[in-house]
Design a protein around this ligand. Structure first.
Ligand code: F6R
Length: 237
């Protein structure tokens, strides 16, 4: 695991955007894996800026997102589909974008189809990840066992509480989601894990112990041969 320590969140986002830029420069038809949440917003802003300034081109690249709430309408303001459209897809020129379909009538069939689509695209070249306060990756919550395929998962109370900040008071908040499992994440040729903010320092510390704590899903990344953790000083604690 490579570790890059950045002075600020803005710095972390620029370093992450440099990595995406290098990936696309080396392979314009790259398959990118994206996450949602607040962590990658700086990266997405930076990518949009660089595209606008003619410094990066996504026209041959495609993307797959880690997860989507289920059930969830695509045009719902809190859907990850809407989040990606607002914060990135509408601002750059990706050849195609995919997320698990929160409107699918048959979630299991949708999960299997999503894995097939990623495989047919040749797998993910560069996967962007954030980390949950409980160490979750995508919506792979701490558990005794982890799913390899994409699957319908139940969110933990702590994740529902952490994400409640995005929902208006009294608004129904989903408690289940479709998430990529560890097969597609692990098959990614390289992974960047972004960690920022002092509220993530405890979980970052766990990861940096270099032990596989099985109740911290992110620790499984220690087994992947090409992971770069990019973090700001606040996350160091
Ligand atoms: C979302 C996702 C989650 C987030 C994590 C951190 O697609 O994959 O694992 O990365 O919940 O969220 P933030 O960045 O909001 O702290």
């Amino acid at each position: 695991m490579n570790t890059l320590i950045c002075d600020s969140y803005e710095d972390m986002s620029r370093v992450a955007a440099d990595m995406v830029g290098e990936q696309l420069a080396g392979k314009p038809g790259s398959v990118l894996g994206f996450a949602t949440g607040s962590t990658p917003l700086g990266l997405y802003g930076e990518l949009a800026r660089r595209y606008r300034d003619g410094k990066i081109d996504f026209s041959k690249a495609r993307s797959f997102n880690l997860d989507e709430y289920y059930p969830m309408k695509k045009d719902h303001p809190q859907s990850y589909s809407h989040f990606m459209e607002e914060n990135l897809f509408s601002k750059i020129n990706l050849a195609s974008t995919d997320l698990p379909d929160g409107e699918a009538a048959d979630p299991e069939a949708e999960c299997a189809a999503y894995d097939r689509k990623i495989e047919a695209a040749g797998g993910i070249d560069l996967q962007v990840l954030g980390i949950g306060l409980n160490g979750h990756i995508g919506f792979n919550e701490p558990s005794k066992s982890y799913s390899m395929p994409t699957y319908l998962t139940k969110l933990t109370k702590s994740t529902i509480a952490a994400n409640s900040r995005f929902f208006a008071e009294g608004e129904a908040q989903p408690t289940t989601a479709l998430t990529m499992g560890f097969a597609a994440i692990f098959a990614a040729r390289s992974i960047m894990l972004l960690i920022n903010g002092s509220n993530k320092s405890a979980i970052a510390k766990k990861l940096f112990e270099g032990k596989i704590h099985t109740d911290v899903p992110a620790c499984l990344l220690l087994l992947h041969p090409d992971v770069t953790v990019i973090l700001d000083r606040d996350a160091l604690g």
